[in-house]
Design a protein around this ligand. Structure first.
Ligand code: 4AZ
Length: 588
């Protein structure tokens, strides 16, 4: 598309071809009359949307561009280089829900299907088709043509446009009854931004070369997208009160995947081809001139940045099936378990490695170390070990970061765990789990499933404060966390030989966050990870800290004296915790 962007602005001023459908009749739905991540369209909002049926069912979308012409995608009609006979297809116009009788809709037979000579497959572009209807559509409130952009028309990057269709709502997940037309807002991505996303090995490990005549729309983070069954349908952008069709849904790699936005056939470059095909047909499609745009929109973008999306952190298929679980293999030691925090970094206890590496870090030291990650075909090599600066003398800082030699391709697995900001707290009563960590053999299904419940700092203080100097007085955001859990089970699981487990708590959104590390020598006290944000982010760069927007203010806690029965229980915190767990509401 870029070569068209350079055409002189003079072309913008040329008026529509004489005899064409009047400008005012395209791209305007009657005033108030899936796509993935979309929503039900209002009836009559997209009166140019048509459904193309073959064998009695919806196959592809299309758009009405003139009473006798529908624009769609070539790949809907070409299989193994052969064009399907026009007689197999029907066009359904003015339809909203495709369930039951198509009220208000009407059907037209297809007289001809036209595809550019240079179309061969979707990845090679030219994925455009024109359908000539056997008889003109009946225009009305629910059936109106869309406006087409001229070759010189520019849609600014970042413009919020809409894609519509009856396609799948997720990969392999068809639109449910009553099959109401879906719409989704998609942002136009510049060529550089789109190519940048598609150049990253992502889902399916495929990269892709964007070609002239293609455009991308969507989001680096995915979720909102077109999907199977939307092909051939329109991507429209509003300008000056009318809708122009910027793109034709063409393809993508899966649906709604990260860094894999939908690819559309850009319509503007096909102005000449469309005009040629419809020549002599009256009224023909309308190509209104683009209303003047600010110079900033028209100037060629130079510095569009390449913003790839990292996968969501902390999503696990089920508690205990941790896609971030990393097993570090050091020759001569038992495996040590840690957690993946980014595409290149693993957090693990420093005590696993101290003494295993010379203090001056000889270059060859790490050559035989390996990291096993879920769903990876081979073990990863280790490039660097960065122990926490206090690791050797502060029990609460028993942390080290290991950098992998090559970043891993993140997806459903491996996937990093979330890390908390210093001001992201989990409230007393939060449901948490103890994960597998440190050296030792895993006890399948036990350690990673251990449930824990966060105690308030006051309880933490009352239970352990007299034994452990590190328990802060209540009232401050906690530096130390006390999870209540069945320690007998933990011991029976006996997987933590040298390190106690880390504490993971789940956000309301269902993401698991690594909130605390057991302080060595204690099974009750956990050092908060939040305060390590600076060390981790300075070392790692792009770890998945939960956005500060997720934080919750630490609630005020009463600071009464410790209850006498608690004081009495201080010699046996287990008994006190047991009592606590029987109390329905611990704090606030
Ligand atoms: C399809 O198969 C299809 N996510 C259409 C669009 C996209 C993927 C597949 C883009 O019709």
């Amino acid at each position: 598309m870029s070569q068209h962007l350079l055409l002189p602005l003079v072309i913008l001023a040329i008026s529509p071809i004489p005899g064409a459908f009047p400008d005012s009749d395209c791209g305007r739905p009657e005033p108030s009359a899936r796509i993935m991540g979309g929503s039900d369209a209002q009836p009559g909002s997209w009166p140019w949307q048509v459904s193309l049926h073959q064998g009695g069912g919806h196959i592809c979308g299309g758009s009405l561009i003139a009473p006798s012409w529908v624009l769609s995608a070539a790949h809907c009609f070409v299989t193994n280089g052969t064009l399907a006979p026009a007689a197999e297809w029907t066009v359904v116009l003015g339809v909203h829900s495709q369930d039951g009788p198509l009220d208000g809709a009407h059907v037209r037979a297809v007289a001809a299907i036209l595809v550019p000579d240079n179309y061969s497959s979707v990845e090679l572009g030219a994925d455009v088709a024109l359908l000539r209807l056997a008889s003109p559509a009946r225009l009305g409130p629910a059936v109106r043509p869309v406006c087409l952009p001229r070759a010189s028309h520019r849609f600014a990057h970042g413009t919020a446009c809409r894609a519509t269709g009856w396609g799948d709502i997720q990969e392999e997940d068809p639109l449910p009854l009553p099959w109401v037309l879906q719409e989704v807002e998609l942002r136009l991505l510049g060529e550089a931004a789109c190519q940048c996303l598609y150049s990253r090995p992502g889902p399916f490990n495929l990269t892709f070369q964007l070609l002239p005549g293609m455009l991308c729309a969507g989001y680096a983070e995915g979720h909102r997208d077109t999907c199977q069954g939307d092909s051939g349908g329109p991507l429209v952008c509003e300008e000056g009160g009318r809708w122009f069709q910027a793109g034709i849904t063409s393809f993508g790699f899966g649906c709604g995947r990260r860094n894999r936005p939908g690819v559309f056939t850009a319509v503007a470059p096909y102005e000449a081809w469309i005009r040629e095909q419809v020549m002599g047909s009256e009224p023909g499609p309308t190509f209104p001139s683009q209303s003047p745009q600010p110079q900033s929109v028209l100037s060629e973008p130079t510095d569009e940045n390449c913003t790839i999306a990292l996968p969501e952190c902390g999503k696990a298929p089920r508690p205990g099936a941790w896609p971030w679980e990393a097993q570090v293999m050091v020759p001569g030691s038992r495996p040590c378990y840690g957690a993946l925090v980014s595409e290149s970094w693993v957090l693990a206890p420093a005590s696993c490695f101290l003494g295993r590496i010379s203090s001056d870090h000889q270059p060859g030291d790490l050559d035989n170390w390996r990291v096993l990650l879920p769903s990876r075909p081979r073990a990863e090599h280790v490039a660097r070990l960065v122990p926490h600066e206090n690791a050797s003398w502060d029990d609460a800082s028993d942390l080290a970061l290991l950098q992998l030699r090559e970043p891993v391709n993140l997806g459903a697995a491996p996937r990093p765990v979330c890390l908390p900001h210093p001001d992201h707290y989990f409230l007393p009563g939060s449901r948490c789990r103890l994960a597998h960590w440190g050296r030792g053999e895993p006890a399948p299904g036990s350690s990673s499933l251990l449930e824990a419940e966060l105690l308030g700092t006051w309880w933490c203080h009352c239970l352990y404060g007299r034994q452990e100097a590190t328990v802060p007085p209540p009232g401050e955001p906690p530096q130390a966390l006390c999870p209540a859990y069945q320690q007998e089970e933990a011991v029976a699981g006996s997987c933590w030989v040298t390190s106690a487990p880390p504490l993971l708590c789940q956000t309301e959104g269902g993401s698991w966050v690594l909130v605390g590390m057991a302080i060595r020598g204690s099974r009750e006290l956990f050092a908060a990870i939040g305060p390590e944000e600076t060390w981790i982010s300075q070392t790692v760069g792009e770890a998945h800290f939960l956005p500060p927007s997720g934080f919750t203010l630490w609630p005020p806690e009463s600071s009464d004296l410790c209850p006498p029965d608690m004081a009495g229980a201080s010699g046996s915190p287990q008994a006190a915790i047991f009592l606590l767990l029987l109390t329905p509401l611990i704090q606030g």
